[in-house]
Structures are given as structure tokens and as C-alpha cells.
Design a protein. Structure first.
Length: 133
């Protein structure tokens, strides 16, 4: 079924965390969708964390890697963290080999990515409140 392999994305932001959910093949035919996503990300207000959630992405082509490179550069140019999750093994290896993502930015799933961010952001707020007492 071709419609199930066509790339779609959803943006969901809450409490300075943006989750970009991708589903479908990231191939030459999906370049326009990835470019639209890149443009949408440019208009988002300041964030603390951006999670690229590869919910169901079995394929990433060379064309998609070029656009994903632009997307991650745009995200890294802002004062926020980047996390990438739910990568299928072949996609994970391709993204690591291309240098788009760093091993430390990869989480097994969305929950792990969000928990990891919460764990790194909580100690500073606890320290700040302890000093205030």
C-alpha cells in the first residue's frame, strides 16, 4: 500500500519540548515533506528540547539525509538539546555514519528521550531551590 509508506510528520510541543513525529519512507519522493517540516521548525518558538521521533521510518535515502542534515543544523543553531528516538537499526547506522546524529543523542523510544531530558533538567532546578531556602 503506497499511502502507508508516504512520509507524514506531526509537530507537538508542550513545556518547551517539541516532538517531531515521522512515519513513512524518507526517500526522494518525500523531499517536499521534509522541506515543509524544516520550514515549520524554523517558525517554532524557543525550546529546550527537540525530539525527532522516527516512529515508523523503515527507509532513509541520500536525498532525505541532505535535508535531515539541514534540519539538525537548524536545531543545533538554537540553544536547545536534540534527541533522536525509535530508529530502526539500518536507519540508525545510516544516520550515525552520515554524522547527522551523535550516539549520545539517540534514545530507544520517546519515553526514554523525554525521561532523559527531565533527568538532566531537574537537578539544576533542585539546586536553585535549595539555594533559595
Amino acid at each position: 500500500d503506497e499511502t502507508s509508506s508516504k512520509l507524514v510528520y506531526f509537530l507537538s510541543d508542550k513545556n518547551s519540548v517539541l516532538v517531531v513525529t515521522f512515519a513513512g519512507n524518507m526517500d526522494t519522493a518525500s523531499a517536499d515533506v521534509l522541506l515543509r517540516c524544516k520550514d515549520d521548525l524554523a517558525t517554532i518558538k524557543p525550546l529546550k528540547l527537540v525530539v525527532l521521533y522516527f516512529r515508523d521510518v523503515p527507509v532513509v535515502s541520500g536525498d532525505a539525509i541532505q535535508i535531515l542534515t539541514q534540519i539538525q543544523k537548524d536545531i543545533r543553531s538554537k540553544p536547545c538539546l536534540l534527541s533522536v528516538c525509535s530508529l530502526k537499526p539500518p536507519v540508525r547506522e545510516k544516520l550515525l555514519a552520515s554524522g547527522i546524529v551523535r550516539r549520545a543523542e539517540i534514545s530507544d523510544n520517546l519515553l526514554v528521550a523525554l525521561r532523559s531530558f527531565m533527568a538532566t533538567s531537574e537537578p539544576t532546578s533542585q539546586v536553585a531551590s535549595a539555594k533559595a531556602d
